[in-house]
Design a protein around this ligand. Structure first.
Ligand SMILES: [Ca+2]
Length: 91
């Protein structure tokens, strides 16, 4: 009887690991970015994989006289993901 309960607890523990991992990735992505920013390939649709990708991406911005640009890069190797530039002044 105890053995069956231990097996169930162990199985629940094993199954909960990927669920916790997924929830943690989603939490990290949404704590770093607005929902609209998570559209990494800029096709207008935010897929689940893009939300998971958000956990591996960081952003920084640079401002010039004419433009303010936000750069999104992979935190691991610095490879670019996307870049969004807007004029500093509304015309
Ligand atoms: Ca997309």
């Amino acid at each position: 009887m105890i053995s069956r309960i231990c097996k169930k607890i162990f199985l629940i523990f094993l199954l909960s690991i990927p669920v916790i991992y997924i929830l943690l990735d989603v939490f990290v992505a949404y704590s770093r970015f607005e929902h609209d920013e998570l559209d990494w390939n800029q096709d207008g649709i935010i897929q689940l994989s893009e939300i998971f990708q958000g956990a591996e991406i960081i952003k920084f911005s640079k401002k010039t006289d004419e433009l303010i640009c936000v750069y999104y890069v992979y935190s691991k190797d610095g490879l670019p993901v996307k870049e969004v530039c807007n004029p500093t002044r509304a015309e």
